[in-house]
Structure formats: structure tokens, C-alpha cells
Ligand binder design. Structure first.
Ligand SMILES: Nc1nc2c(ncn2[C@@H]2O[C@H](COP(=O)(O)OP(=O)(O)OP(=O)(O)O)[C@@H](O)[C@H]2O)c(=O)[nH]1
Ligand SMILES: [Mg+2]
Length: 366
């Protein structure tokens, strides 16, 4: 008998072990489309059932692409580029051509400079040694930018398969659902969720008689802040609509806390505006630099939250990096959280982020 896969996550269907992936009660096997219990619960109750798959298993699964021929569409989350660009991608996917796609554009303010963003994505990939054929910006959720991308896919795939690859949670399955909806009218065929690790196997969507578009499980990158926060906090730090910039006029000697997950000290420079781009629900606190350490020590997890209690247990300590800025408008990027845009002349700042989730700077996008 042909091995049956869950239509939602790609896991092999089984009826024997309720706690393991692909479990489906016998009674549900009669239906036309088979959904495992985990996908069923995610879909109908937005409730996650944890699975006993290790990060390595996903990587191994995706590495099989290296032995095949096709186009790689590497999707990254434009809110977490350093956490979602996969450095080892060329090793994983062999010699196959790569298109780079920045997803979740709907979250950025309309005033974002798309060309700068595209250039930054291209150069970030290049720095990591990833050669890309082209770069696209899309919103899978809203359907923006899909036409240009599908045309490019059709061109670069040269009648071969298309593999959608990326770290967890960048929106691979949402992207494919968008394509399916466009071509068949069917909605939400593949399971998506804000929990990382939703897709568990390869899911093939036929493109024609001999080729397919293939959804793959997200590769786990431990530099993503998503792995260090509770479900509750993840919901809070993930923007769910266009972010509204919050502007602070700061004098040197002042600090900003982003919940208690990140911090920015203004050490030196003229009074200037710090424009903050974070999830609208993430509280920002302004304080005097001299009080910042004590405030953090005494109030993280309370006044400075998130982190909540659960996050505090797994969150690494904050580490600091100091930047001397003198090149004009600069973004200080806290991966997975957001960024702060500063004028960037004769300015010294210190940025704090959880250890392992490194802060970076770039030319301002806005
Ligand atoms: N705002 C916004 N959210 C998006 C977009 N695309 C996906 N998301 C959200 O991002 C989360 C992850 O989406 P998925 O499609 O499940 O991501 P994935 O890459 O398939 O994740 P894994 O299967 O875990 O590897 C969900 O909460 C989606 O609703 C987008 O274009 N804009
Ligand atoms: Mg998925």
C-alpha cells in the first residue's frame, strides 16, 4: 500500500501511537483528505501538540534536496533576516539555483524603501556565501508581490521541481497556500501556525504531470529568538499588523528597554530621535542610563515584560555590543524583535540582546 501522508504537515499517517507524529484515529481514514490529529487540533483549536522530532532530523530531511535537481526558493522573514537566512544553504541544497524571497512585507511601514531592503537582502546573502539568482519581496498573508515571484519561479525552474526552503516560521506553508488558493480556489490546504516547527515532512503540490512544488519542514536555527520565548511571549513580540513607529527624543545618558528582552543605551551624541520599529504590543520603557542596570535586575519579568516567567527560564542573559556611528541614518537591528533607526552622526550606543541572538547594524531602510 502506498504510504499516506498528512495533507496538513506531510507526516506519514499512522493509527497506532496517539502521542507520535502522523497519528490519526481509524475512523478518520475514510475521508477524502486525511489530516493528522495534530493538524486537526492546530486548525480548529489553535492548540499545539509537541512532537518528538529532533532538529537534526529536519535538517537531514531537507538535505535530501542536495541529491535532487530543481529550483530552491529560500524564504526569509524580513523581520528576522539574520535569524532566517540559512548560511549552510548551498551545502544543503547542492548546486541548485536559489531565489531569495523576503516575506511578511505587510508588517513593514508603507514608507519602507523596497530597493534598499532588496539590496540589503542580496548583500546579506552574499556575505554568507549564498549566491542568488534574484531577490523578491512578498507578503504571503496578503498576497503582495506574488505575480512577479511566480513568473520568476516559472522561468528559473526550467521545467524542474521547486523546493520551498527556510527556517521555521518564515511563512513557507502560507506562501504555498496562497499559490494553491490562486490556482484552485481552495483555502488553507496546508497547516500553518505561529508555532515554529509546523510542517513535518515534504508536501508535494503538483505543478504539471511530472513536476511539483514542494513544501519542506523549517530548519531550526538556534539564533532565532522564537526558540527562547514562551508561546505567550512569541505571540506578543510577533507583529500581526503593520508596525507603527514609536519615536523617542533622547539625550545621551538615557536608555530604552524593549520589554525586558533587549535594551539600547545612548552613550554619546547630540539630542536626537530614536525611531523604534517593533510589534505594537511590545512595551518600550525609557529610563536614565544610570538606573538601567538596577531597573533590569529588579524588574525584568514584571515591569519589563516580556519575558514572562516561562521565558525567563530559558532566555539567555543579555550581552552587549557598542557601536560608534558616523555614517548617517542607521538601523540597529534586534533579530526577531525589530529595530531602532538613529540619525547616526557622532553617536555612540550600546545594544543588548539575549546571548546568541546577535544585534547588527545596517543602513536605514526608511
Ligand atoms: N504578517 C504576516 N504573517 C505571515 C506571513 N506569512 C506567514 N505569516 C505568519 O507566520 C507564521 C508562520 O507561518 P507558516 O506558513 O506556518 O510558516 P512555515 O515557514 O511553514 O513554518 P514551519 O512549517 O514551522 O517551518 C504564521 O503565524 C503565519 O500566519 C506574511 O506574509 N505576513
Ligand atoms: Mg510550514
Amino acid at each position: 500500500m502506498e504510504k499516506r501522508l498528512c495533507q496538513g504537515c506531510g507526516a506519514p499517517i499512522q493509527t497506532a501511537k496517539p502521542k507520535e507524529i502522523g497519528y490519526t484515529p481509524e475512523s478518520a481514514l475514510q475521508k477524502d483528505t486525511i489530516l493528522c490529529q495534530r493538524c486537526f487540533r492546530l486548525k480548529h483549536y489553535n492548540e499545539i501538540q509537541s512532537v518528538s522530532i529532533r532538529d537534526d532530523d529536519f535538517l537531514q530531511m531537507v538535505s535530501k534536496i542536495g541529491e535532487r535537481r530543481g529550483l530552491i526558493v529560500h524564504i526569509v522573514d524580513i523581520f528576522d533576516v539574520s535569524g532566517s537566512l540559512i548560511k549552510s544553504l548551498p551545502r544543503i541544497t547542492g548546486n541548485n539555483p536559489i531565489i531569495l524571497v523576503g516575506n511578511k512585507m505587510d508588517l513593514l511601514p508603507k514608507s519602507t524603501n523596497k530597493r534598499k531592503l532588496t539590496d540589503w537582502l542580496r548583500s546579506s546573502a552574499k556575505e554568507m556565501g549564498i549566491r542568488v539568482e534574484d531577490v523578491f519581496l512578498i507578503s504571503s498573508a496578503k498576497g503582495h508581490g506574488m505575480e512577479a515571484l511566480t513568473e520568476a519561479i516559472e522561468h528559473f525552474r526550467a521545467n524542474k521541481d521547486v523546493y520551498i526552503v527556510g527556517t521555521t516560521n518564515v511563512g513557507k506553508s502560507t506562501f504555498i497556500n496562497r499559490l494553491i488558493k490562486h490556482s484552485t480556489g481552495m483555502k488553507d490546504v496546508i497547516t500553518t501556525s505561529y508555532f515554529p516547527g509546523t510542517t513535518l515532512g515534504f508536501i508535494e503540490i503538483p505543478l504539471d504531470e511530472s513536476t511539483a512544488l514542494i513544501d519542506t519542514p523549517g530548519i531550526v536555527n538556534k539564533q532565532q529568538i522564537a526558540h527562547y520565548v514562551s508561546e505567550q511571549d512569541l505571540k506578543l513580540i510577533t507583529p500581526n499588523k503593520e508596525i507603527k513607529p514609536r519615536i523617542y527624543q533622547l539625550n545621551s545618558g538615557q536608555s530604552l528597554f524593549f520589554g525586558g528582552l533587549a535594551r539600547l543605551d545612548f552613550l554619546k551624541g547630540d539630542k536626537q530621535s530614536f525611531v523604534c520599529y517593533f510589534s505594537n504590543q511590545l512595551p518600550i520603557h525609557r529610563t536614565k542610563l544610570e538606573n538601567a542596570d538596577t531597573l533590569y535586575k529588579e524588574h525584568k519579568g514584571e515591569l519589563l515584560s516580556p519575558p514572562d516567567e516561562q521565558t525567563l527560564e530559558k532566555l539567555p542573559d543579555l550581552t552587549e555590543t557598542t557601536y560608534r556611528l558616523n555614517e548617517g541614518k542607521t538601523d540597529i537591528v534586534f533579530p526577531g524583535l525589530g529595530w531602532v533607526s538613529v540619525p547616526g552622526y557622532q553617536t555612540t550606543v550600546t545594544a543588548y540582546s539575549p546571548k546568541g541572538v546577535a544585534v547588527s547594524v545596517r543602513k536605514s531602510l526608511i
